[in-house]
Unconditional design. Structure first.
Length: 328
């Protein structure tokens, strides 16, 4: 066990005997023996005499009070510390006020190991992914985790493990995502662990197949749909060629470029200077006349138009190609 020999014991307890009246050096029938172990494994934040020693006889009335004496603070979870006999004697001297008929046996050193549970990198990576999948609004099959960064495994005290995950900014869960895992043991928070990752969303997008000049009307052959991994929602990107074909480009587009809503517009149904049909309808009457439109106009827009019969300028609503409706 590595306990002190008789000569060493007398020397070591000389200090203790000087501080305590009635320290017993010889065991007798009424004596309580407290034997400290040289190896101790504990779970809590403090080392207590009850964990570090055996008592003989165990049913002695003094045992209950001795058990709860704190000898030292525990090492970090998973770590080991060494306590010397000098330290142990000093701790006992400070804590025990009445040593009548008590004999302590102290080892030369005491190795104290604090038990732990380890949460590995794979487990924290899975926590990251599950949080994104459960809280994001994207289909699971369309999400890709390009990377997840964890500093390393964490060592925690033993007990009932639970956790909460908190966001650090990005709640779209796309692109750069930062989270914090708050680990709790038996309901008490013991460790915060930051994680980061990069998440992409795979979705179909419309791209150009050739260079397009500003003002050009896009045709089916000018467009294609491909699947791309995006680091944002891509809410402005078109996913259907039908939403782009027949539109006019507002700017020049390079071949292979994503097509966004803001890059195209509906072409005008009537163009400045063109002849149009002016329609006026009431409950029981419908009148048509020829006119000349004085500005470009798209479906539903108000335009100026000149009635070629009367020469008057009026306002009408574009209803179709070459057609403007006016009210009486």
């Amino acid at each position: 066990m590595g306990f002190l020999k008789d000569g060493q014991m007398k020397c070591a307890f000389g200090i203790l005997a000087a501080l305590m009246v009635g320290w017993s050096a010889v065991a007798d029938a009424e004596e309580l023996e407290v034997r400290l172990r040289d190896h101790v494994s504990i779970q809590g934040a403090s080392l207590y005499l009850g964990e570090a020693a055996s008592f003989e006889p165990a049913h002695d009335d003094r045992v209950e009070g001795l058990r709860i004496i704190a000898l030292a603070s525990s090492p970090s979870p998973g770590r080991t510390m060494i306590l010397s006999s000098r330290y142990l004697i000093s701790a006992l001297t400070a804590a025990v006020t009445d040593t009548t008929d008590i004999r302590f046996k102290v080892p030369e050193t005491m190795s104290v190991h604090r038990e732990a549970q380890v949460v590995g990198v794979d487990k924290m990576t899975e926590i990251f992914k599950q949080h994104v999948l459960q809280n994001g609004s994207w289909p699971e099959q369309d999400l890709h985790f390009e990377r997840v960064r964890v500093s390393g495994p964490v060592t925690l005290p033993p007990g009932d493990l639970s956790w909460e995950v908190k966001e650090r900014g990005n709640t779209d869960y796309l692109g750069d995502v930062a989270l914090v895992i708050c680990f709790m043991v038996d309901g008490t928070m013991v460790r915060k662990v930051p994680l980061s990752g990069k998440v992409s969303l795979e979705r179909p997008v419309v791209k150009t197949t050739r260079n397009i000049v500003a003002g050009q009307i896009l045709e089916e052959q000018d467009l294609t749909v491909v699947k791309e991994r995006l680091f944002d929602s891509g809410k402005d990107l078109l996913m259907d060629k039908g939403k782009a074909a027949g539109k006019r480009a507002l700017r020049s587009l390079d071949a292979g470029q994503f097509v966004e809503r803001k890059m195209i517009e509906d072409p005008p149904l009537v163009k400045k200077g063109e002849r149009v049909r002016i329609e006026a309808a009431g409950r029981q009457i419908r009148v048509t006349a020829l006119g000349r439109v004085l500005q470009d106009g798209r479906a539903g827009e108000q335009v100026k138009v000149m009635n070629l019969m009367s020469g008057k300028e009026i306002h009408g609503t574009v209803t179709g190609v070459g057609a403007v409706a006016v009210s009486f």
